[in-house]
Design a protein around this ligand. Structure first.
Ligand code: GRF
Length: 197
């Protein structure tokens, strides 16, 4: 399975997958990484791992349709069969979604369908979970459609909310679980144990 990534910032989830591929824990090959942010640490991580890397954004392609085509073409040229949004802050365009319909996954740091959607990212997610008085939160991996955090849920796992948690402490606990859960879930997809909806 050849994997393409889109990420906007740090890229620790992508790194977890790259490490698992390198160490033979995941039978997949990471082939391309695209970021809308030329400063993203994720780009450097991908470069170090030998992936094709691209900065593609409204800065490089002011026309949205051309940007969509460029993203699709970069994924196709690298031979990506599945695409992982690993902290990607933009929506995919219709051309990319049509080419990879049902094969784009997003990871979200809460139990969707709650605590997701436009504007629900980073600390805001964990602040909302704490404000709602939840006793547990979790990680969701879902198939991407036209809406933020919206497509069919593929897999979820739970993470406890502990007394005294702050958004930062909760974020740290959830992110650590994201790293293992993303790799576990991709391994199940690759083995055929988990079918994409
Ligand atoms: C993760 O919390 C992920 O669930 C969300 O964005 C964050 C990305 O973190 N979509 P990183 O860049 O992988 O460290």
């Amino acid at each position: 399975m050849r994997l393409g990534f889109l990420a906007s910032h740090t890229g620790t989830n992508m790194q977890a997958v790259l490490d698992a591929c390198r160490e033979g824990r995941l039978r997949a090959t990471a082939c391309v990484m695209i970021s809308n942010n030329r400063e993203a640490e994720a780009l450097e991580r991908a470069r170090r791992a030998g992936l094709a890397v691209h900065h593609l954004s409204a800065a490089t392609h002011p026309d949205a349709d051309r940007l969509d085509k460029a993203i699709r073409d970069a994924l196709v040229a690298a031979g990506a069969e599945m695409v992982i949004l690993a902290g990607y802050m933009k929506k995919l365009g219709p051309r990319t979604l049509a080419r990879y319909r049902g094969r784009v996954l997003n990871i979200h740091p809460a139990l969707l369908p709650r605590f997701g959607g436009q504007g629900m990212y980073g600390a805001r997610v964990h602040e909302a979970v704490l404000a709602a008085g939840e006793r547990e939160t979790g990680v969701s991996i879902h198939v991407v459609d036209e809406e933020y955090d919206h497509g069919p849920i593929l897999a979820q796992c739970r993470v406890p909310v502990l007394g005294g948690d702050t958004a930062a402490s909760l974020a740290t606990r959830v992110l650590a679980r994201e790293h293992t859960f993303l790799v576990e879930t991709l391994a199940r997809v690759v083995s055929g144990d988990l079918r994409l909806p």
